[in-house]
Design a protein. Structure first.
Length: 166
């Protein structure tokens, strides 16, 4: 399975190119966004990296610790994390591991939302409505037969709008 992720390693010790994709369950692109569902075992460490595009990811199952700057933050199921482009971080999956849906947003999608205000310029976590909408987006992504560009775009824009209200 080829990866659509724009992740790039920042550390000098780079895992092999095959390392990241082996935990990718499925991926696809629609409505200017790229989706990658991941499942990582307990203890799996993703070294310091950044994504070239703005991304959102709901934690679907499990938990992980995310390190950015000098902070370590635990991320849990039903949490949505917004990450601006080029924000370096690393991850360690806890307990029984974890599953996420990484949604990378095409710059054209971001440009459509500018009139509503700026997106956060650092990592930010959401619960409540934005996380609930992200889980709806995951369910839409899982229904590959009915993966509607219109529904996906609407949900992505609604997630961004709901996140700005908080």
């Amino acid at each position: 399975m080829s990866s659509l992720l724009t992740r790039r390693s920042i550390t000098k010790k780079t895992p092999t190119q095959e390392d990241f994709p082996r935990f990718h369950v499925r991926s696809g692109g629609v409505a200017g966004s790229y989706f990658t569902e991941t499942r990582h075992p307990a203890g799996y460490r993703i070294p310091r990296h950044a994504h070239e595009m703005t991304s959102l990811y709901p934690v679907l199952r499990g938990s992980l610790t995310e390190q950015f700057d000098r902070e370590n933050v635990e991320r849990k199921t039903d949490e949505l994390i917004f990450t601006p482009p080029d924000a370096p971080r690393s991850n360690v999956f806890l307990g029984r591991g974890g599953s996420c849906l990484i949604v990378e947003l095409n710059p054209m999608v971001i440009s459509r939302t500018v009139e509503c205000g700026k997106l956060p310029n650092s990592l930010k976590s959401f619960r409540g409505q934005p996380a609930w909408l992200a889980n709806r987006l995951y369910k839409e992504f899982c229904c590959s037969d009915a993966f509607s560009p219109l529904v996906v775009e609407g949900l992505v824009l609604e997630i961004i709008g709901a996140s700005r209200k908080l």
